[in-house]
Design a binder for this molecule. Structure first.
Ligand code: KIV
Length: 273
């Protein structure tokens, strides 16, 4: 049964049901209260408090610098706004790699301090021990394969991943590994559509694509890209639904003109004794 238009909360079970029913899953990022409220009200299934906040909110060139404290702050803001969507919070670089005890501590902090509903972390076999350890605490985990922006300094570019057979084979086996470990879904970022289709058909948990073609079980975009706020980023996979950077610029220029000319505030916009 479709859950669109109903207030019923989205859970990891809902997502599994949607995959089984062939119903596409929608996911968008949000990092603050006001936009998270709009995203939730519009009926998006999953809100990702992405570590892309490092770029979009803080202006860093990569996702590497954002901290666990920053992610928790953004997740707290989003959580206050959301009634329906499942909230996924990205675990930032350095908070889970290499040591599953640290990973569990980081995930527990996110859950306790932000009231988010689940966490996401990047990588396959390299992080599977951390995934398993987090899951032992009952914290739902979303995986992330393909282009993994936290590893930018290892790969050197943001180009399409897993075009070569060896990397594609590793991605397929990583997806299976994450499914077997107990992840509830996996983001597939910037990989060939044929590979994304193969992975989506070979695992029973939902795949959420970004630059991974139409055959994933759902799609995710960065909200600020979709709204046309971030205009210096135009990958092939991005569809802009608005050109807000122009609209916002025009509105602010108009405001400045109105203040400078004395048109604002008017009589109606002023209080009298
Ligand atoms: O941080 C983020 O916005 C993400 C998406 C690109 C999937 O991880």
């Amino acid at each position: 049964m479709s859950i669109h238009g109903q207030a019923r909360k989205v859970t990891t079970n809902t997502l599994q049901e949607m995959k089984s029913a062939g119903e596409k899953i929608t996911m968008l990022t949000a990092y603050d209260f006001s936009l998270a409220k709009l995203v939730d009200k519009a009926g998006v299934d999953i809100i990702l408090v992405g570590d892309s906040a490092s770029n979009v909110m803080a202006g860093h060139a990569t996702t590497v610098p954002i901290t666990l404290d920053h992610m928790i702050y953004h997740a707290q803001c989003v959580e206050r706004a959301v009634d329906r969507a499942l909230i996924v919070v990205d675990m930032p670089f350095g908070s889970y790699q290499g040591n599953s005890t640290v990973a569990l501590e980081s995930a527990v902090r996110i859950m306790k301090e932000s009231n988010g509903h689940s966490v996401k972390l990047e990588g396959g076999s390299e992080v599977v021990e951390s995934v398993k350890r987090i899951l032992t605490a009952g914290i739902p985990v979303m995986g992330h394969l393909g282009l993994t922006p936290q590893s930018i300094y290892k790969f050197g570019t943001y180009t399409v991943r897993a075009k070569e057979d060896e990397e594609a084979a590793k991605l397929i086996s990583d997806a299976k590994l994450l499914e077997d470990a107990g992840c509830f879904a996996i983001v597939l970022e910037k990989i060939p559509r044929e590979l994304a289709k193969k992975v989506s058909e070979s695992i029973s948990i939902p795949t959420i694509g970004i630059g991974a073609g139409p055959d994933c079980d759902g799609q995710v975009l960065v909200l600020h890209d979709l709204l046309g706020i971030t205009m210096d980023f135009s990958p092939r996979f991005l569809r802009r639904y608005l050109n807000l950077s122009t609209d916002i610029n025009n509105a602010i220029r108009q405001y400045c003109d109105d203040v400078r000319s004395g048109d604002f505030p008017s009589e109606d916009e002023s209080y009298s004794e």
